[in-house]
Design a protein. Structure first.
Length: 241
């Protein structure tokens, strides 16, 4: 009997010892998750409308020249540490007899990064590409140039609310059979360009008149033609990083 009692006592002591050495933490609070950039409401400038055009109508020297224009203006206000891209599309080319010369279209929505984007005052423009093309926050008060200044809109003199895009409402390029990009941003004469209204106002209340990226086509590609319909050869610039 004494042996049985002694054995039971040893087992109880061992069990208690094991529990005293258990260092498992079961009630620790989980580490806080990092704030998602998709929910940021303010941030450094990553969007602007150019304060000036290229000076040669819609001829930027191609889409690469338009990117350089964005980059140079950003440099002027100490924002050149980012990579800037013009919100412009280019149409592709199809050569049935010489398919090796085919060229793919470039879609504005695919070349501007993922967002979010903020204006020069740190105000949210769009959380991401989908938000940009569906109920974004671009208007006359928020569609600022790189200096943080408002861009003239409908009712101002001169009206400069026609912003070159060469894009459809969803940010994609037009068919290769039409020329709505002023010959892919090489023309200062022939052709036309799709433009949007940054102030989202127009002569009517129809959706086309209030579109930021596709309201109508320009009357030509020269500086004079762009100005005649309420433009100045301005473009949207977005930081991709």
């Amino acid at each position: 009997m004494k042996k049985i009692i002694l054995a039971s006592t040893i087992l109880v002591m061992v069990s208690a010892c094991d529990k005293s050495q258990d260092t498992t933490v079961t009630d620790a609070a989980p580490a806080p998750a990092a704030e998602s950039t998709a929910h940021q409401t303010t941030g450094p400038m990553s969007f602007f409308i150019t304060s000036i055009g290229a000076g040669d109508g819609a001829n930027f020297g191609g889409i690469a020249g338009a990117d350089e224009h964005c980059q140079n203006l950003a440099d002027d206000v100490d924002a050149g540490n980012k990579t800037w891209r013009a919100y412009l599309s280019t149409t592709g080319r199809i050569y049935r007899k010489n398919p090796q010369n085919n060229a793919a279209a470039v879609h504005a929505r695919d070349r501007i990064g993922k967002g979010p984007w903020f204006n020069a005052k740190g105000e949210l423009i769009a959380r991401d590409v989908e938000h940009l093309h569906n109920n974004n926050n671009i208007n006359k008060q928020t569609g600022l140039n790189e200096k943080g200044e408002m861009v003239n809109g409908r009712g101002d003199k001169p009206n400069q609310h026609d912003i070159l895009t060469g894009s459809r409402p969803d940010g994609t390029a037009f068919s290769p059979h039409v020329n709505f990009t002023c010959k892919n941003w090489w023309s200062n004469d022939e052709g036309a360009a799709a433009v949007g209204h940054h102030d989202k106002t127009g002569p009517t209340e129809d959706n086309w008149a209030k579109s930021w990226n596709f309201s109508h086509f320009s009357r030509g590609c020269s500086q004079k033609a762009l100005e005649s319909s309420g433009g100045a050869g301005l473009i949207y610039c977005f930081a991709v990083d």
